[in-house]
Design a protein around this ligand. Structure first.
Ligand code: SAM
Length: 284
């Protein structure tokens, strides 16, 4: 049996924004979901179950937060905008019954700077602020090992890129870094019409499942990410060239690549995360 929760629709979103004097800003990526079906779809795709502990980045006016509470999850919501963070418990107090409202913790913070969360959230579910979607995703995966799976809504191109496989035209540094932490898939397009204001980009859901064990320790991760950044900064160049500055010179880069079992003339877009890890190990 789900909790007694009333989700927000277009009228409630408009009223709340008016009450708070909120004019959504592009800078904070404020496009609020006004459609309850979309909220339920995200919660369903995320596989949220009663008793789950979920962290939400950027709860905004509370559209998705209420959907998560309806599914009987506990929610930690991290919001940078003080007016929205302050209002959220009140909105939930009105829209949800007391047990559901009691499962919400709001943190008024910049999600990019959060290094501690109450409890041990096992899922990340969010409609991410688009301008920081990749950095904030990687930040959470890096700092919160308790997060085992999740679903986030991002700009379509970004989602395709994060979930891309080697060899794909959109495969890049975000794809490799995301693959360090887990496996990713796209999980459906979302219409622009479900947002207020209507954004000028398309949106997509992406889902991830964290690997059972991380491929290496923090030092190896940092070195691997440095190599990934260098490889994709000059994505058309052969790796022995693009890694030459980082590794010393082109002859050293060739030797490291050969030791790692990677062709020195190959390009970053052809390599899987395991290859980048092999290069990082060989560079030690
Ligand atoms: N979850 C809500 C929804 O679906 O309607 C709002 C999503 S809106 C795309 C993004 C939200 O992230 C906004 O509420 C914005 O204020 C918040 N935000 C932007 N930058 C943030 C940051 N660095 N840390 C935490 N929240 C942030």
């Amino acid at each position: 049996m789900s909790s007694q929760v009333k989700l927000l629709g277009p009228a409630e979103i408009r009223d709340l924004a008016e009450l708070l004097g909120v004019t959504p800003t592009k800078k904070l990526g404020q496009n609020f979901v006004i459609d309850a079906n979309t909220v339920r779809r995200i919660v369903r795709v995320a596989g949220v179950e009663a008793g789950d502990s979920v962290v939400e980045i950027g709860p905004g006016l509370g559209s998705l937060t209420l959907g998560l509470l309806e599914a009987e999850a506990s929610v930690v919501a991290v919001e940078i905008d003080g007016r929205l963070a302050e209002q959220l418990p009140m909105t939930v107090g009105v829209q949800a019954d007391a047990p559901a409202a009691g499962r919400l913790t709001v943190m008024h913070q910049d999600a990019l700077r959060v290094t501690e969360l109450p409890g041990q959230p096992s899922r990340l579910v969010a409609n991410l602020p688009y301008n920081i979607s990749v950095p904030v995703l990687l930040h959470f995966l890096e700092h919160f090992a308790s997060i085992r799976a999740g679903v986030v809504m991002v700009q379509s191109e970004v989602g395709q890129r994060v979930a891309a496989e080697p060899g794909s035209k959109v495969y890049g540094a975000p794809s490799v870094k995301a693959a360090w932490y887990g496996s990713w898939r796209t999980a459906g397009q979302v219409s622009r019409q479900v947002f207020w204001p209507v954004p000028n980009v398309d949106s997509i859901l992406i889902a991830f499942q964290r690997h059972a064990a991380e491929p290496g320790d923090e030092a190896l991760r940092r070195r691997t990410f440095e190599i990934v950044d260098a490889a994709f900064q000059q994505r058309r160049k052969m790796l022995r060239q693009s890694l030459s500055v980082l590794l010393g010179d082109s002859a050293t880069a060739s030797a490291v690549l050969t030791r790692a079992g990677v062709e020195p003339t190959s390009r970053g877009e052809q390599l899987a995360v395991a290859d980048f890890i092999a290069i990082a190990r060989a560079a030690q």
